[in-house]
Design a binder for this molecule. Structure first.
Ligand SMILES: Cc1cc2nc3c(=O)[nH]c(=O)nc-3n(C[C@H](O)[C@H](O)[C@H](O)COP(=O)(O)OP(=O)(O)OC[C@H]3O[C@@H](n4cnc5c(N)ncnc54)[C@H](O)[C@@H]3O)c2cc1C
Length: 382
């Protein structure tokens, strides 16, 4: 058993951290205030492979292992939640499926654009009436007409559509076939009949656009099907397994950022004649945060490592996402507590981090759904 990152992984971590310290973290408050990502930073991301973490090099990606990809997302999360979510969704939810299931023509058409640093991709699964229960709830349909699909329906809460050169859309292609009746279809944003609505007004992650989509007789060629027709639900489950490692990593990054702010503040702020860091109640919060962040990080790395070994990582990914997202919530809550009133002010980053992390127990499968996945696996195994 080896708990050390490789030399290459350490170097990559250092490079991404340096980049984030210079280009991302100083602008996180601005991104939150304006609701706009900082494209000057995103355009520089291809240098470090951040816009194509696991995309083959032939298409402009960095072809990284999953542990390295997790390190990158953690560092982005430590710097800016909005940027990290948009880049994580772009990599895991859009580049990932196209890399795995795309034909050569589809990869050639989309991956170079996606890795260029000028776009961020999107995956549209969720609908106004379907989030946790996609199989039971998805109404968006695609019907064959000649050599085209005609797509009708709507999607909700989708990250990045306004920046996407392609929106992977989960549609029901056979109403009678249950979970075998879904397909993933590649839809370009300028296609007639597709409306991309303005970004939602959210509690946090304000720079990461979350949008609703309406499909009104959207016609795309049949060869825009991503992977085999009828496999869309299984592709979705596989994509979400991978995505959970990424959301776990992002959560660790957010927790780490809140933790660092809390320790810094606790050493400066004085009450009753000494720094608050010397009060035992504050030390306990710091100790718990150190402990829980380390546990969460190890779980994320382990899920990533299992994936890299080609082993079943579904349970490990659900556990890592559940643990890390709930740790981020507790650590950022306590970081505000340690700051007292100042933690409630927009002047200090912990207020933003607290709002940003709140999504992590909801997106890509809620905590309740992670517990359901874990329990099902446990009950099947024991
Ligand atoms: C900022 C943001 C970005 C997002 N980005 C994307 C994206 O890029 N693409 C995309 O497709 N979606 C995206 N989503 C949607 C997100 O993945 C869903 O909101 C999430 O999966 C939960 O679905 P829901 O909101 O419909 O909740 P629901 O499924 O309606 O759940 C409501 C509550 O019921 C609980 N619940 C549901 N079923 C069960 C059960 N069987 N047992 C116990 N409890 C249960 C849930 O845990 C939750 O607490 C995003 C959402 C946000 C807020």
């Amino acid at each position: 058993m080896d708990f050390e990152l490789t030399q290459e992984q350490k170097m990559y971590q250092r490079a991404v951290r340096d980049f984030c310290e210079g280009e991302v973290k100083p602008y996180a408050a601005q991104v939150d205030e304006t609701g706009e990502l900082r494209w000057e930073a995103i355009q520089k991301m291809p240098m470090l492979g951040l816009t194509g973490l696991q995309v083959p090099e032939d298409y402009g990606g960095a072809a990284l292992d999953t542990v390295s990809a997790s390190i990158a997302v953690e560092e982005l999360g430590r710097a800016c939640g909005s940027t990290a979510l948009s880049v994580s969704a772009h990599n895991g939810l859009c580049c990932g499926p196209i890399t795995h299931w795309g034909t050569t023509a589809q990869k050639e058409r989309y991956l170079p654009k996606l890795t260029s640093g000028n776009h961020l991709g999107a995956l549209a699964l969720t609908e106004p009436g379907a989030g946790s229960d996609l199989a039971g709830g998805v109404r968006t349909s695609a019907v064959k007409e000649g050599d085209s699909w005609i797509i009708d329906g709507s999607k909700a809460w989708i990250t990045n559509p306004k920046y996407a050169p392609v929106i992977i859309t989960l549609a029901r292609t056979d109403k009678e076939a249950g979970t075998r009746g879904f397909s993933m279809i590649l839809v370009e944003p300028q296609t007639d009949g597709l409306t991309i609505h303005p970004p939602e007004k959210k509690m946090g992650l304000k720079g990461s656009p979350t949008q609703m989509l309406s499909y009104d007789e959207v016609r795309v060629p049949l060869d825009a099907t991503l992977g085999d027709e009828g496999r869309g639900f299984y592709q979705t489950m596989q994509t979400l397994d991978n995505g959970r490692i990424s959301i776990g990593a992002l959560s660790v990054g957010l927790a780490q950022a809140a933790f660092e702010e809390a320790v810094k503040y606790a050493k400066q702020r004085r009450t009753f004649g000494k720094p608050i860091a010397e009060h035992q109640a504050i030390q306990w919060m710091i100790a718990d945060a150190a402990l829980e962040i380390e546990a969460a990080r190890l779980m994320v790395y382990r899920a990533a490592w299992l994936k890299d070994q080609g082993r079943d990582f579904s349970r490990a990914a659900a556990m890592a996402k559940l643990m890390a997202s709930e740790v981020a919530e507790k650590v950022s809550r306590n970081a505000i507590q340690i700051h007292g009133s100042y933690g409630y002010s927009r002047e200090f980053p912990v207020e933003r981090i607290y709002r940003d992390q709140r999504l992590m127990t909801i997106g890509e499968g809620t905590s309740e759904i992670q517990r359901l996945v874990i329990a099902r696996k446990v009950l099947a195994e024991m």
